[in-house]
Design a protein around this ligand. Structure first.
Ligand code: SF4
Ligand code: SF4
Length: 67
């Protein structure tokens, strides 16, 4: 079952990799050394990445159902 929450990455990611390192699901990755991208199919909305992000740009939001 999909989690109720996911996370979204805002602007000004500094590509530090902290979120990638803390994620227990390998759901968030720095792409091309520029910006983190979330795979919402893997994300369980635990918020660990949001807590550790030094830029404070990861937001926990409700997952919107598309079906
Ligand atoms: S909320 Fe949890 S599962 Fe989702 S990307 Fe962040 S650390 Fe990974
Ligand atoms: S922890 Fe924050 S600043 Fe660092 S890579 Fe992840 S989203 Fe970007």
């Amino acid at each position: 079952m999909l989690s109720k929450f996911i996370v979204k990455v805002g602007k000004n990611c500094v590509a530090c990799g902290a979120c990638e390192n803390v994620c227990p699901r390998e759901a968030i990755k720095v792409k091309n050394g520029i910006k983190s991208v979330v795979d919402i199919n893997l994300c369980v909305g635990c918020g660990l990445c949001a807590n550790i992000c030094p830029a404070g740009i990861i937001e926990r939001v409700e997952r919107i159902k598309n079906d």
